[in-house]
Design a protein around this ligand. Structure first.
Ligand SMILES: [Fe+2]
Length: 258
């Protein structure tokens, strides 16, 4: 199930198999996910952040402790990109090649850094890829939010190159954001086949590194003030009240480059 936070353009997912559920990139309103679990009579077995978010406050840690299940995160995202301070939370590290089981399914972890150094994509056996903020239907995740844009842009290029070499055309890309309804399919899902995306997504269609890096530099919007605070809060390094969260999260996401 793709859960759409309209206004924010943020997508989270509940993957269900045999009465078990894995929740991916949940927002802080955990009741939504609880309602989905109850609707399907499913039991949560894990919660994943595809990366430490900068545009919204994650509900993953709260959900994982509420349900008594592991919180999965890539270790490269478990510390602050700004000063290296380790995040204050318990988590289950997942890296390239690891599998996360849910019911009869196994999700394969692929390390797809660039938007953050610990960004992962979850690939299911039946051809779905939850790309987080690595790759969107019509855009790509901005590499500047850690404050090291030149370095991370190159890492992003390598992730894109690896994906183009390895991912089959029929893989269905399910991102964590969208910018407009043009990124929806007829059934309103935000999704695209990888081969279609690779041909129509302006950034993902670029074939040489220098053009890609220049395109990123030319199109990256201004760094939103609140994003540093949100990321730091998601690392458990500052506390944010519900009122502050409303203000910090205001407006659509700015994780994509257009
Ligand atoms: Fe994001």
């Amino acid at each position: 199930m793709q859960l759409d936070r309209i206004g924010k353009g943020a997508l989270s997912y509940v993957l269900l198999s045999e009465g078990e559920a894995l929740i991916v990139d949940p927002g802080r309103h955990v009741d939504r996910y609880q309602a989905v679990l109850e609707h399907f009579g499913a039991r949560a077995v894990g919660v994943v952040d595809t990366h430490v978010h900068a545009d919204y406050l994650s509900g993953a840690r709260a959900a994982a402790s509420k349900w008594g299940v592991p919180y999965y995160l890539h270790p490269d995202d478990a510390h602050s990109p700004y000063d290296g301070a380790p995040g204050r939370f318990d988590y289950e590290p997942v890296t390239q090649g690891d599998g996360i089981a849910v019911g009869r399914a196994t999700l394969q972890v692929e390390h797809t850094p660039g938007h953050t150094l610990g960004s992962i994509t979850l690939v299911s056996e039946d051809g779905l890829a939850l790309t987080g903020d690595f790759l969107f239907v019509q855009s790509i995740g901005r590499p500047d939010l850690g404050g090291r844009s030149a370095e991370w842009a190159k890492v992003l290029w390598q992730s894109l190159e690896r994906a183009r070499k390895r991912w089959p055309g029929e893989l269905v890309i399910l991102p964590a954001h969208y910018g407009s309804d043009l990124e929806r399919r007829a059934d309103r899902t935000v999704a695209a086949r990888f081969d279609v995306l690779a041909a129509t997504n302006e950034a993902a269609a670029i074939q040489d590194e220098r053009t890609f890096l220049k395109w990123l530099a030319d199109h990256t919007p201004v760094f939103p003030e609140s994003y540093r605070t949100i990321k730091t809060a998601n690392l458990g390094l500052v506390e944010v009240t519900d009122e502050e969260a409303e203000i910090l999260e205001f407006g659509p996401n700015q994780c994509a480059i257009r």
